[in-house]
Design a protein around this ligand. Sequence first.
Ligand code: HEC
Ligand code: HEC
Length: 408
Amino acid sequence: MKINFIFISSLALAWAASCLDAPVLEQDPQRPTVDEDPTARPLPGISSTLQLTFDKGDAAFEARFFPSQGLGPLYIRTACASCHAGDGKGPGFVTKMVVLDDDGVAVAAALPFGGTQRPFFQTPATQPLSAPVVDGLVLSTRMGPAVFGRGYVEAVAESELQRVAEEQAARGDGISGRIHRVTYNSKSNPDSTFNNHTEGQAGLVGRFGLKGRIASVDEFVADALQGDIGITSPLRPTELPNPDGALDDAKAGVDVDADFVNTVGTYIRLLEIPRRTFRDQEAGAELFARVDCAVCHVPSLRTDPEYPLAPLADVDAPIFSDLLLHDMGEALSDSFVEGDASGAEWKTPPLIGIRFFDGWLHDNRASTVDEAIEFHASVGSEANAAVDLYHQLSEDERALLVSYVESL
Ligand code: HEC
Ligand code: HEC
C-alpha cells in the first residue's frame, strides 16, 4: 500500500510540475484560464454504486503491478498511468517495429515475436524483446493517448460515423475517411453489459487505438494489460510469445479476473471530458470550421440512445473526431500496417483535454499546436487543403485558431 501511495503521489507531483511548466496560460490573454486538474472527474449524476466502481478503477489504473501479481514475463511499463499520466497523454510510450524490403513492403516473419518492443522482463524470462539488428528495420514511437472522454467515444452511434464518411466522400476535396472494420480478438466478456462480442467476430467499428484497431473499451483494457504490462485476464488468458519461450510469470495462470478488467473499463467510460471555457468560443469555432479542421475533427456527434450508461445515451458527444481513418501522407506514415489501416492512415484523434499535453501527434513530434497543424501536410495527405486554408488566414486569425484548439 505504502509503495502504491508513493507511486501515486509522485505521479501527482510530476503532473503538478508539468502544469507549473506551462506559464503561458497566464501570459497570453487569448488563452483560456482553465487549468483545472482533469484527472479522475466522473460524469455528473452517476449513482453511488458507479462512483464506487469509478474510485476502484481509478486506483487500479494508477497502481503499479508487481511480479507476485503477474507482471511480465515481458512488459513495457508497470501501470496504466505510466503511459496515461493523469489520464492524459504519455509520458510512457510504445515502440513498434517492422522490417521493410527494398520496395517498402513489410517482410512477414522477420520479427518472430511480434512487432512491439518489450524492454523489461521478469523471471522466468531472461531477456527483453528489443529491436533485432536487421536491414530495413523501421521503428514507430506511439505515445499513450489520453483516456478521458472515452465513454463518449464508445457511445457515438455507428450511424453517425457512416453519415460523416458519406458526407466526406461527397466533398471531392480529398478528405475521405473510412470506418476501420475490425475483428474481436479476445474471449467473450462474461459481463455483457456493454457488448456480447465473440472471438473472431468481424466487421466491428474500430474506435480505439491510434489506427482504430479495437472496437470496445473492455477489449482495449484487456489488450493493454496483456501487451503493455504482461497481465493476463479471462479476455486475454495467454502470455504473449517471447524469445525465451517462457509461458508464464511468477503468478501461475490468469493474473486478474474479468471484474478487474470491467472495473478499469467502467472507470475509463465514466471519465468526463475536461471542462472547456474559451472566451472567444464562437470566433474560434468559426475559424476551426472555416479551414476544414471540423471536417475530420467533427466537434460533436450524437451517441446511441441504447448506450448502457444513461449520462452518455442520446447526447451530443463533443469529441472533435470522426473516428475515421485518414491517409495523412508520407511524412506521418510509420510504415506499420494494422488490420486494414496502412502505414499512412491514422484515426482522427479526439481533441479531448489536449491542452494538458506537452506534445502532439502520434509520436509527440509536434511541440506546439501550430506545428501539429503544419505537420498535417505532406505528399498524399488528405489534410493538405486544410493546411493551405490555414496559411491563408491572417496572423491574428491563426493565433486565435491555435488558442481555440489549445483550449480543448
Ligand atoms: C507502455 C505504455 C502504455 C501502457 C502501460 C498502457 N498504455 Fe494504453 N495506450 C498506449 C498506446 C501507445 C496507445 C495507442 C495504442 C494503439 O495505437 O493501438 C494506448 C491506447 C489506449 C487506449 C485507447 C485510447 C483511444 O482513444 O484510442 C485505452 C483505452 C488505453 N490505452 C487504456 C490503457 C489501460 C487501461 C492500461 C493499463 C491496463 C494501459 N492503457 C496501459 C500506451 C500504454
Ligand atoms: C483529413 C482529416 C484531418 C483534418 C482536415 C485535420 N486533421 Fe488534425 N489530425 C488528423 C489525424 C488523422 C491526426 C493524427 C495524426 C498523427 O498522429 O500522426 C490529427 C492530429 C491532430 C492533432 C494532434 C492531436 C494529438 O492527440 O496529439 C491536432 C492538435 C490537430 N490534428 C488539429 C487539427 C487542426 C487545428 C486542423 C485544421 C487546421 C486539423 N487538425 C485538420 C486528421 C485531420
